[in-house]
Design a protein around this ligand. Structure first.
Ligand code: ATP
Length: 238
C-alpha cells in the first residue's frame, strides 16, 4: 500500500490556480523531497494533504484512506510541521507537548513519556521547563519536529522546516528525520533548498502548480549539477 497517493489534484484561490492536475505516489519508508521555488504550490499541497483545505478536484489517500471520505484514519497517521511555527510561545515546551498529546488522545503519563523520548532524540530535553519564547529559532524547530512525532505517526509531512536555521541546525534536523525513515517512517519534505536533496531521495519537482519531474534524485540531472537542471526546468515560461 502506498503511504501517499495523490490523483488529479487541482486547487486554486479565486482566479489563481495554485495546483494543476498533480499526481504523486509515495512508498512507505521513503524520504520524498517536494522541491519547488517560491510560489510553486508546496504549501498549498501540504494544506490539502493535511486537510486544512478541501481540494477542488482530485483525491488524496494516506495509507489507503481518502482525506475526503475517510478523514479520521487518514489524519490520525499524519504528523505535521507547518511552514509557519505553531508552538504557543507563552507555554513551556512540556506544556506544548502535553497539549498536543491530549489532542491525539494520549494519557497524561503516556504524553509525558513520549515527549521525553522525542525531545531527547532531538537534544532539547533540558529545555522542557522553558517557555518557547525563550528558545532560539533552531530549538523551536526541533521542538516542533518532536511534537509532530509525539503520537507515533506513520507519515511525517514537513513544510520548509529549516527556513532561517544555520547550517548545523539544518543538518541536525535532516539527519534526524532521515534516520526515522530508516525505522519505517514515510516523510514528505517540502523545500526550495537544493542542498537538502540527497541522491537516494525520491524527488518531486513542482513548478507553477504542476509536477515537472519525479523519480530518484540521482536520476534528475545526469551529466550536470542539480542546480543547473533545476534552474533550467524552473525558468521555463509555462
Ligand atoms: N490563501 C491564498 N490566497 C490566494 N492565493 C494563494 C493563497 N495561498 C497561496 N496562494 C497562491 O498560490 C500559489 C502557490 O502558493 P504556495 O504558498 O502554495 O507556494 P509555495 O511553493 O509554498 O511557496 P513558498 O516557497 O514561497 O512558501 C501562489 O501563486 C500563491 O500566491
Amino acid at each position: 500500500m502506498t503511504a501517499l497517493a495523490i490523483e488529479n489534484l487541482s486547487h486554486g484561490f479565486g482566479a489563481r490556480r495554485a495546483l494543476y492536475d498533480v499526481n504523486l505516489s509515495m512508498e512507505p519508508g521513503s524520504f520524498t523531497v517536494l522541491l519547488g521555488p517560491n510560489g510553486a504550490g508546496k504549501t498549498t499541497l501540504v494544506s490539502l494533504v493535511t486537510g486544512l483545505y478541501s481540494a477542488q478536484q482530485g483525491d488524496i489517500r494516506i495509507f489507503g484512506h481518502s482525506i475526503r471520505r475517510d478523514p479520521l484514519p487518514a489524519l490520525a497517521s499524519l504528523g505535521v510541521v507547518f511552514q509557519m511555527p505553531t508552538l504557543d510561545l507563552d507555554l513551556t515546551v512540556a506544556q506544548n507537548m502535553a497539549y498536543h498529546g491530549a489532542l491525539h488522545g494520549l494519557s497524561r503519563r503516556e504524553g509525558m513519556e513520549r515527549a521525553g523520548k522525542e525531545l531527547a532524540r532531538l537534544e532539547v530535553s533540558d529545555r522542557q521547563g522553558d517557555k518557547v519564547r525563550a528558545l532560539s529559532g533552531g530549538l523551536r524547530r526541533r521542538v516542533e519536529i518532536a511534537r509532530a512525532l509525539l503520537h507515533r505517526p506513520q507519515f511525517l509531512i514537513v513544510d520548509e522546516a529549516t527556513a532561517g536555521l544555520d547550517v548545523a541546525g539544518r543538518q541536525l534536523l535532516l539527519t534526524h528525520v532521515r534516520s526515522l525513515c530508516r525505522e519505517g517512517l514515510s516523510v514528505l519534505w517540502a523545500t526550495h533548498m537544493l542542498d537538502e536533496v540527497e541522491p537516494a531521495d525520491q524527488l518531486v519537482v513542482l513548478h507553477r502548480g504542476s509536477v515537472r519531474w519525479t523519480g530518484e534524485a540521482r536520476e534528475f540531472a545526469p551529466g550536470q549539477t542539480l542546480e543547473a537542471a533545476f534552474l533550467q526546468l524552473t525558468r521555463s515560461p509555462s
